[in-house]
Design a protein around this ligand. Structure first.
Ligand SMILES: Nc1nc2c(ncn2[C@@H]2O[C@H](COP(=O)(O)OP(=O)(O)OP(=O)(O)O)[C@@H](O)[C@H]2O)c(=O)[nH]1
Ligand SMILES: [Mg+2]
Length: 691
């Protein structure tokens, strides 16, 4: 029997790295009796950080799912990673839930990835709650964190609680709706009167909450303004509606590792967050006629399910994690992968408890489950009924931003390496590899250095191949700043039939990020129609190979405006070569330049080190774009070329005595200054001439 859809809550746990998402999920599982002991992130014993690399590094590297039952309702907890390199997985996790728990650290407040996941949640219009966690730590401050939230997140936030006690003395929370305290004494939660010292603050925040409730509704607001108060029931009702719609975001207080604030969070999830039934119909496309199609969350409707995560293991094989939107999928059956137009056999189905699975006969709408050994299904694919196929919107993943060359440690391992990488790409859509014929190197591309390092470790542990990671290759690009008009002529006369192609090309720059434009401006047949695609192909191939230093050419407009041909000797190939020759010449005459990736960097450093951090960033050709003090920490935002950030980790560590942290992501491409560009070009040339 599939679960009752109204009694399911699918919840995503998101936030900046290390704020306690995994610990919070662990505390919830324990509180609901799904586990008999509380695992600890530091000991590598949590349910959702089960991967050996996660245990070793003490951070979540990928999204994991666990379930528990609370007051008769099934909670599917989707624990996502918070570190920048892996945060794409958080977006995939949020794709299949109906609400999000955004966890922030009570010392650090809003951090880079907090804003990132907030945007992901906006994208899917998810109702959410903010949990201010780690309130038991030194220098933790609920109210200062609240301020940071209000300043940096564009949302209507309302504390539903305030903490009882602070730092090591943080013992519980005041529920501002019931005006009661829930304190933990000897590991047990007790409901008590509000302690005297918290009373005044509680009253003030209760008033703010009433105001927030009144503001959700014009009629209520009038009443509030006229009478100075609104009734308890009205207030609750208004708050509930606003939270449900995502118009108001409750803020709660917690300590995951001390088990404080867990039950009120669960009650809120139960009462205020939508079930998959409330989420209603989903929209997709019928692949047969490309028409829009909707699916109702009904167990008897045709099946639609979305695969949001793939785990591949050399021993267990492939696991596909999916959420059902409509219909019912049964063990030992066949489904239709409508994204790839193939049938797939479904063997055993299961619910997920971290790495463990609980076998089930079938999964209905709203459920999240796992199936092993689907042959060709990948993340983002829709599973449906062959008779009534539908494709649900997929999941967008960011493009890799950084590439490293890798070398096998033992000879003859090349094949093993590509097999391993192919497998890992099945489970990680942000990973790519390719062989660069120019440098004869195997390049692995990922989101950041940590990402690629983890891939290399995994390759060793799971696939038993050891490789050396060479310094990263900066993905430069080439373009022009000026214009030129040139001829490209290819003529060969060898014995019998010759080769003849002749084109005149105009080469011009395009705006940053616009890619490539080919304009056919031939009138009167100086280049015959059937050779025009050959010219475009020649130009494109040449752009791909690069001209200045072997990096791809971008932001270029090429106009073919004249040429000539020969009745016998002209051919597709001859025109391709002529175009390529023309472009190489035209490119070099149009003031070529190199472009480099510029990163958005955010550094959090102790305030007394801010000067050093800024000076150092300036030295890295960085441009400081903002600086915000947050307590005794300063957040510095800058734009810095990627080439200057390769050694940042260790520099920051030594500059701040290990207390600084940073994150970065790709922002845009910009011109490499002249002298540096010359060096890159010279290095590329040397590389090419190497035997
Ligand atoms: N003092 C204190 N420490 C906590 C609390 N919650 C988590 N921690 C600690 O914070 C560290 C990170 O906890 P995790 O649960 O792994 O954090 P996370 O948000 O899942 O981290 P990522 O998934 O890697 O982004 C661990 O050392 C936890 O023990 C808390 O409430 N109080
Ligand atoms: Mg985690």
């Amino acid at each position: 029997m599939a679960l009752d859809i109204a009694k399911i809550r699918n919840i995503g746990f998101v936030g900046h790295g290390g704020v306690g998402k995994t610990s919070l999920v662990e505390a919830i599982l324990f509180a609901c009796g799904a586990t008999t002991r509380i695992g600890r992130a530091d000991d590598g014993t949590t349910t959702t950080d089960f991967d050996p690399d996660e245990i070793k590094r003490k951070i979540s590297l990928s999204t994991a799912v666990a379930f528990c039952d609370y007051k008769g309702v099934r909670l599917n907890l989707v624990d996502t990673p918070g570190y920048g390199d892996f945060v794409a997985d958080a977006r995939a996790g949020l794709r299949v839930v109906s609400a999000a728990v955004v966890v922030v650290d009570a010392v650090a407040g809003v951090q880079v990835q907090t804003e990132k996941v907030w945007k992901f949640a906006n994208e899917y219009a998810l109702p959410r709650v903010v949990v201010i966690n780690r309130l038991d730590r030194e220098r933790a401050d609920f109210f200062r964190t609240l301020e940071s939230l209000q300043k940096r997140l564009k949302a209507r936030l309302a504390p539903f609680q305030i903490p009882v006690g602070s730092e090591a003395g943080f013992t519980g929370v005041v529920d501002l709706i019931a005006m009661k305290a829930l304190v933990t004494v000897d590991g047990k939660v007790r409901e008590t009167e509000i302690p005297g010292e918290a009373m005044e603050t509680a009253k003030a925040y209760r008033e703010k909450l009433a105001e927030a409730a009144a503001e959700t509704d014009d009629e209520l607001l009038t009443k509030y303004l006229e009478e100075g108060a609104i009734g308890e029931a009205e207030m609750l009702d208004a708050l509930r509606k606003a939270v449900f719609q995502g118009a108001l975001v409750p803020v709660l207080a917690a300590s995951a590792t001390r088990g404080i604030g867990i039950l009120p969070l669960l009650d809120l999830i139960l009462k205020e967050f939508p079930s998959p039934a409330d989420q209603g119909d989903v929209e997709g496309v019928d692949p047969r006629g490309k028409n829009p199609a909707t699916r109702t969350p009904d167990p008897r409707a045709p099946l639609s399910a979305l695969v949001f995560k793939t785990i591949s293991d050399p021993h267990v094989g492939k696991l596909s994690l999916f959420r059902v939107y409509s219909g019912t999928v049964k063990s030992d059956s066949q489904v239709f992968n409508s994204t790839r137009d193939i049938k797939e056999r479904v063997g055993h189905l299961g619910w997920l408890q971290g790495k463990a699975q609980k076998p089930v006969e079938s999964l209905g709408p709203g459920e999240i489950g796992v199936v092993a050994k689907l042959k060709d299904t990948l993340t983002g694919d829709t599973l449906s009924d062959e008779a009534a196929p539908v494709i649900l919107p997929g999941i967008a993943f960011p493009e890799p931003a950084i590439s490293f060359a890798i070398q096998p440690k033992s000879r003859g391992d090349e094949d093993k390496i590509s097999t391993a990488l192919q497998r890992m790409e099945e489970e990680d859509p942000t990973l790519r590899h390719h062989f660069d014929p120019e440098t004869k190197q195997l390049l692995v591309s990922g989101i950041g250095q940590l990402h690629v390092e983890v891939v290399v470790e995994r390759m060793k542990r799971k696939y038993n191949v050891d490789v050396t990671l060479l310094p990263p290759r900066i993905p430069y690009k080439e373009t022009v700043k000026g214009r030129s008009e040139v001829q490209g002529k290819y003529k060969k006369q060898t014995g019998g039939r010759g080769q003849y192609g002749d084109v005149w090309l105009k080469v011009e720059p395009l705006g940053r990020g616009s890619g490539f434009e080919f304009v056919d401006d031939i009138f009167g047949g100086s280049v015959p129609r059937n050779y025009i695609p050959s010219v475009e192909k020649g130009v494109r191939e040449c752009m791909k190979r690069g001209i200045l230093a072997g990096y791809p050419v971008v932001d270029l407009k090429v106009t073919l405006y004249d040429g000539s041909y020969h009745d016998v000797d002209s051919s597709d190939m001859a025109f391709q070569i002529a175009a390529s020759m023309g472009l190489q010449k035209g490119f070099m005459e149009a003031r070529p330049c190199l472009l480099e990736p510029i990163m958005n960097v955010e550094v959090a450093a102790p305030a007394d080190h801010a000067g050093d951090v800024i000076g150092d960033l300036n030295g890295r050709r960085g441009r400081i774009v903002g600086m915000e003090p947050e307590g005794d920490v300063v957040a510095v935002r800058a734009q810095v070329p990627m080439a200057e950030m390769l050694t940042y980790e260790s520099s920051l560590r030594s500059m701040t005595g290990g207390r600084g942290g940073y994150s970065m992501e790709f922002s845009h491409y910009d011109e490499v200054p002249g002298q540096l560009a010359e060096k890159v070009v010279a290095a590329a040339k040397a590389e090419k001439e190497k035997p």
